[in-house]
Design a protein around this ligand. Sequence first.
Ligand SMILES: NC(=O)c1ccc[n+]([C@@H]2O[C@H](COP(=O)([O-])OP(=O)(O)OC[C@H]3O[C@@H](n4cnc5c(N)ncnc54)[C@H](O)[C@@H]3O)[C@@H](O)[C@H]2O)c1
Length: 446
Amino acid sequence: MSFDRRTFLKIGSLAAAGSSFNILEAAAQQSGGGSTSANDHLQFALIGAGIQGQNDTRVAVQVPGVKLVAVADCYDGRLARAKELWGNDLFTTRDYREILSRKDIDAVIIATPDHWHKQAACDSMSAGKDVYLEKPMIHLYSDGPKIIETARSTNRILQVGSQRVSSVIYSKAKELLASGAIGELNMVTARWDRNSSMGAWNYTVPADANTETCDWPRFLGSAPQIPWNAERFFQWRKWTDYGSGVAGDLFVHLFSGTHFITGSKGPTRAMATGGLRFWKDGRNVPDVLLALFDYPEGFNLSLRVNFVDGGDESEGFLFTGSEGTMEIAGQTVTVTRAPREKEPGYGVGTFTNEMQQRTIELYRKKYPAMQPTGKPYNSIEKYSAPRGYSDSFDHFSNFFASVRSRKQPVEDATFGFRAAGAALLSNLSMEKGSVIHWNPETMKIG
Ligand SMILES: NC(=O)c1ccc[n+]([C@@H]2O[C@H](COP(=O)([O-])OP(=O)(O)OC[C@H]3O[C@@H](n4cnc5c(N)ncnc54)[C@H](O)[C@@H]3O)[C@@H](O)[C@H]2O)c1
């Protein structure tokens, strides 16, 4: 399946700051894949059939030449739901090892809670399966080297599931930055704000949740062995035993984007602050988190997640350079170029009349007046993905293409560790109340 990275649509290019855009109808269409012959057919399984596992699978099955054959999950209701969605022929189990022992499965999607990522990924690769592993790749720092090493030693494809890495908009942003569209990058700011209960992870606990329908010991895995708790099972992100707070859940997307677009391997220093401001429901992770990072390429990154922001969910990036800014919002990237002034300017109003005149005369000798005078106009260029564009589809197309070609995926384990490892520095900084140093080359703390 081929896909066209240039499948974005330039929807505006003007030479006057503040002008509104007449958005043109989308002309480009996402490239469709040709049909794959029967012997090219790939069979995959889903491990962890919750919200994202089902979302991922809905998209993955649209990639030509692939078929879902099995699903593993710890809640029977989700296994039953998988059959409703993808047919009664589906093999379902609570124990993913039953999937891994099957010879007819080439690849797995892993969308379990984070504390299962390393184990499920390494078990899958050791059983000869290629892996699409949801973000964040790690739950603990020790997971990173283990996953990287297992992918290497088993010669398996492992792609991490930050779908934006395959987005045509992020590709366009990368191209624009590299072409010098905003000059030298000096700062990136990114945010992910939400203002709803579901946005703050209070996912619905089904009416039949109990120890008969939910395999609690299998859910717990290596986490502390505690009595059945339905909230922890269905809203696991709220506790560090299973997730890593907003840093692991959302900062990681912002790191994947920043690293993909800038080509950087990661920050060298991190400092973070935040707190639990509103959702005081027993969770042990903050709902407001602010963090700052130094990048060796000479720019700073500032990140924010706020789950009580009083507005609608909003997410986006602003890249600031010496000659302009580049904003990513939704499926659009906008470059606003502010050409640098040709002369330094003057401010003489506090001087005497005589001194004003003399100073301006001297200034104009040095900088002869140009026509037209004044600040140059900003220029604005805007690019948008075609309507209905899905970066998840491209990310799955890329994954299955790697499974076939055996070429490295767009987002391999090293990229995944560099994004998640950087994100979790924020938690460490909060916990220790200090700056945390990170080596983005070796991916080690300190
Ligand atoms: N890429 C994205 O945009 C994106 C979006 C949402 C979630 N995610 C990631 O997807 C993962 C799942 O998140 P979710 O929101 O779908 O959670 P969820 O709770 O809805 O689903 C997790 C499922 O995993 C099952 N599970 C738990 N332990 C298991 C085990 N040992 N074997 C098999 N199944 C097991 C649970 O029963 C549950 O159904 C997380 O890592 C999350 O960060 C990624």
